[in-house]
Write a protein that binds this ligand. Structure first.
Ligand code: TRP
Length: 334
């Protein structure tokens, strides 16, 4: 039997992924190459749902892809591709949009948050239909599992609803995907504001650890991370959110359970602990940054890898779309 399929998408909206992206998404992508037929997509079409610059998007799409390969995605095993290279994504999104209720799309909390932030009148319709494009990404490939952050659960539910609706109306076509949410790293928070998610759009530079950052600034940011006035290294989300975040980070990076870390650092000051967190971050990030830089220095080679990914992705997407066109009642393409 063929391996189950996994698909995920990551937005090229920054010049580097950050620690939250790395632990919550990228590292899982690499792990899931084992045992799954994996498809990973740089979702540039999603990135244009908010204000952007074309040159920055082009640069960031290549940077995102390079980081995925540098973090350990093997182009022989995983299909890594850029969403806009496979035209079927937008085509299926249109068909699914016609099956989505206005109210249903309007209930998506990410849309509500983002449109509130941009102001109702300047938020584009693309922001509204964003989750439907995401559903198309997933359904085109018949994905069984979708590694995402906890904030994407609602989009996965919409995807399942749309798949079921299409299947019911036009005949069995789509596989119903399950979200795959990794415990423990769902909440990597801002170093300066440890109750808020580490996020490109809302964190200050001092609150974010970028994968492509140099060791010096990385260490400095960890050492300056906001903690409470106490001295104890204990996991207490309520009263010590800064220390809890650093414990989560060290635990994830060194594969050590949090209680073991609490024991190890009992009676030691914040300084020693933070230094170890900083070292763990630098040790993980430095080799990935070096490989990313190498890949970015050879644009032709990177583009060749992405062309190969697009070819493989297109083959699967085209077959699904052929079925969809037929079942939905379109004439055969002449
Ligand atoms: N919306 C996802 C996020 O912000 C990104 C995404 C786009 C995605 N298409 C996808 C995730 C398909 C999983 C599967 O994280």
């Amino acid at each position: 039997m063929a391996s189950p399929r996994v698909l995920s998408g990551i937005q090229p909206t920054a010049d580097s992924f950050h620690l939250g992206n790395y632990l919550g998404a990228v590292r899982q992508y690499v792990a899931l190459q084992e045992g799954y037929d994996a498809f990973y997509c740089v979702v540039d079409l999603h990135a244009i749902t908010v204000d952007y610059q074309p040159e920055a998007l082009r640069r960031r799409s290549r940077i995102a892809a390079a980081q995925l390969f540098a973090a350990g995605l093997d182009p022989e095993r995983s299909t890594v591709f850029v969403q806009s290279h496979v035209r079927e994504h937008t085509e299926l999104a249109w068909v699914l949009m016609c099956l989505t209720g206005m109210g249903e799309a309007g209930r998506m909390t990410q849309f509500k948050d983002k449109s509130a932030k941009y102001g109702e009148s300047s938020a584009g319709v693309g922001l509204f239909t964003y989750p439907i494009l995401q559903a198309a990404d997933i359904l085109l490939y018949g994905a069984n599992k979708v590694p995402v952050g906890a904030d994407q659960k609602q989009h996965l539910e919409l995807t399942r609803d749309l798949a079921q609706r299409f299947n019911h109306r036009f005949g069995e076509t789509f596989t119903l995907p399950e979200p795959y949410i990794v415990k423990g790293v769902e909440k990597i928070t801002d170093l300066q504001e440890p109750t808020a998610k580490m996020s490109k759009s809302s964190s200050s530079p001092a609150g974010i650890l970028d994968l492509l950052e140099q060791p010096g600034p990385l260490r400095k940011k960890v050492m300056r991370a906001v903690t409470d006035t106490g001295t104890e290294i204990a996991f207490d989300e309520e009263n010590k959110p800064g220390i809890a975040n650093l414990l989560r980070i060290l635990s994830a990076l060194t594969a050590t359970p949090i209680p073991d870390l609490e024991t190890r650092y009992a009676g030691q000051g914040y300084g020693t602990f933070k230094k170890d967190v900083a070292e763990a971050v630098v040790e993980t990030f430095a080799p990935i940054r070096e490989r990313t830089e190498k890949l970015l220095a050879d644009e032709d080679e990177l583009d060749r890898l992405l062309a190969a990914g697009a070819t493989r992705a297109r083959a699967v997407a085209a077959e699904t779309m052929e079925k969809v066109r037929d079942r939905a009642g379109f004439l055969p393409t002449p």
